[in-house]
Design a protein around this ligand. Structure first.
Ligand code: AMP
Ligand code: FE
Ligand code: FE
Ligand code: ZN
Length: 284
């Protein structure tokens, strides 16, 4: 390929790629927004979506780093809701992350997370796995506190020998120290995202109990599905791509990187072609 044609391709976004699901230290990720953007650049990405649980505070610092390094930042947030037994995660992309009403709503949700963390810690004490709530909140820093911070505190105290063990032994669903989050419905969450002009996309669609959950969420107004993920098989990608086509939905993808909390820094292992970013940005 000659210099001119490669320039032309860049101009047309044809060789630009995105990872549309990355957590930062503003929720349960281990990397700061600046570190995420630096890693993204190193790993050949032109675009990253900053996706924290119930928090948008990582977006501004990411944009500042992105400007320096030439990485486009897609603002986003990952919200939780309940369907039956399932903790469903919905990502709001391209929403008005600077809106004060949105920030206040997220602050309320984050405060409820603190109350929940206290309850989980009490239950852990009953189980003989004591951790200090102060330490858990310290690990969360200025971000939304979640079970991964509790898992980290359990590890530090030597109550478990791996991060995953925390979830199957103590704090995972159906485990003795499990406490559910605030009970929003998918409709509430989709409405919240739409009110702030975002696109509501179903995160990790294959992680829920059964496939009818996906159809239910499409009925509830989900606008797209996370199709490409490191934990999706080829068949799952085919299945989800087909659902996207049949229901005229948006398709996204990303690594759901938590900065190596689950082993490895995944940023860039999923490379979504820029055309899907364009579709996401222009959807209304
Ligand atoms: P929370 O939002 O506090 O309920 O915590 C949910 C987060 O915990 C998810 O986003 C994952 O980062 C992590 N998580 C949930 N279940 C597991 C699991 N079984 N193994 C490892 N990490 C998990
Ligand atoms: Fe998480
Ligand atoms: Fe999630
Ligand atoms: Zn996530």
């Amino acid at each position: 390929m000659g210099i001119l044609s490669s320039f032309f391709k860049t101009k047309n976004n044809e060789n630009k790629f995105a990872d549309l699901h990355i957590h930062t230290s503003f929720s349960d990720g281990l990397l700061t927004p600046e570190q995420v953007v630096t890693k993204a650049k190193e790993n050949g990405l032109a675009v990253v979506a900053i996706v924290d649980h119930d928090a948008v505070a990582g977006i501004k610092p990411a944009i500042q780093s992105g400007k320096k390094l030439g990485v486009e930042i897609i603002p986003a947030v990952e919200l939780s809701c309940i369907v039956g037994d399932n903790d469903i995660h919905i990502i709001g992309y391209c929403l008005d992350y600077k809106n004060n009403k949105l920030i206040n709503t997220l602050n309320d949700i984050q405060n409820k997370r603190v109350e929940r963390a206290k309850k989980i810690v009490e239950k852990l004490t009953e189980q003989g796995a004591e951790v200090e709530i102060e330490r858990v909140l310290e690990l969360a820093g200025n971000g939304a506190v979640g079970r991964p911070h509790i898992a980290q505190a359990l590890l530090e105290e030597g109550h478990i020998s791996s991060y995953d063990e925390a979830f199957w032994k103590y704090i995972g669903y159906h485990c003795p120290a499990y406490v559910p989050k605030e009970k929003l419905t998918p409709k509430d969450v989709i409405k919240l995202i739409r009110n702030f002009h975002g696109q509501a996309i179903l995160a990790h669609p294959m992680s829920y109990n059964n496939r009818s959950t996906i159809s239910y969420l499409i009925e509830q107004g989900i606008q797209g599905l996370e199709v490409w993920r490191p934990d999706h098989s080829e068949n799952e990608v085919k299945y989800l791509s087909n659902l996207v086509k049949m229901n005229n939905l948006l398709a996204t993808g990303g690594t759901d990187c938590h900065g190596g909390r689950k082993g490895k820094i995944l940023i860039g292992e999923i490379k979504v072609p820029y055309q899907y970013v364009t579709a996401l940005k222009h959807a209304r």
